[in-house]
Ligand binder design. Sequence first.
Ligand code: SF4
Ligand code: SF4
Length: 398
Amino acid sequence: MTNPLSDTELCVKCGLCLPHCPTYGKTLDENESPRGRLTLIQAWAEGQLEATPKLLGHVDNCLLCRSCESVCPANVPYGRLVDDFRSATADKHTKPLAVKLKSAAVGYTLQSPSLQRWSGPVRRVLNKTGLMKTAGLSELSAGLPEPFEHRLWQGFHPALGQETARVALFLGCTAELADAETVTAAIRLLNRLGVGVTVPADQGCCGGMALHNGDGANFARMQLRNLEAFDCKGFDAILAVASGCGAVLKEYPEKGFAAKIRDISCFLAEHPWPDSVRLEPLSAKVLVHSPCSLKNVLKSERNPPALLRRIPELQVDLLSKSSLCCGAAGTYLVDHPKMAQALREDLLDSVTACPPNYVATSNVGCAMHLRAGLNLWGLGHIEVLHPLVLLERHCVRL
Ligand code: SF4
Ligand code: SF4
């Protein structure tokens, strides 16, 4: 059998990826660049280097933003190689206990709907007593939106008027805790546009965090659960509201399933809007952030600004410097807080340069990271939301 890491040989060491790599940009260390990491992985795969903590650390510091992959002329499958390497060396990882506990707590909460339901009151108590800060989770707490009351999502939500398409909605494991308004807005907006929406009850986490942390067995289990929950044949598309989940689902090996996955903004931009739907004017300014998953994997970053420009009077600008990762990257913001915060600072600097009313981003992890930053910088009055929340708030059906 061919070694899956042998594709490191595809790298011709041209270095074109280096200016696009956020960790190289911050450190100017070749070991923290795509080319350097590929060289380390190749040397390990060929038995020339040991998987020392130092070597593992360099690969661990990668955000998996895949900016390098999108500019690579040799089509090196960088993301897949790093996932395979992390999986092959999973037993050699020695993260500090505090980091392991924090990652486990975050992962467990995100995958437990009942725990998420209690997260609002629990968070308030922990914040008040200072325990959130003691546990090193104040950043995460600052990134959560206010709890949003909603009706049960699971089940079928019929189109208003004539049905023109039928989709299934992938919620993602953070929906209850951090993205409830987005999911509710997605269902309402789709229904108004004549789209019937099914929310399968048995779906779960996309598995992205397990995959990128080298936990192949858990990833396979989560993948199977979603494949069983979604009946591909019954839907025109399976829509992901968080682009981070969409990027993982799009690369499930089951082609029939992967082919149906669309980012919700892409679907909304291409679906015909009936004449009975109108967007009310909004005299405000929004800065649009492009998550790496939307840009480098789903290749759909032009859709959110295009959709927002349909709102009359709304000034829509792109968040400058959002060509580089904001630092959220799954559990990266917990595992590598210094780098995650340094990368976020660059983006927040460009927000403060011309403050908007809203920052719109299509990925829940980026939204939490940016919201936490704005709150900590005293800019909590700038609302961070998914583009379709703004669309839905200003959408009327005549
Ligand atoms: S751009 Fe591609 S081929 Fe060139 S150094 Fe980077 S990974 Fe290697
Ligand atoms: S995935 Fe992102 S952080 Fe990792 S090497 Fe590529 S550009 Fe750098």
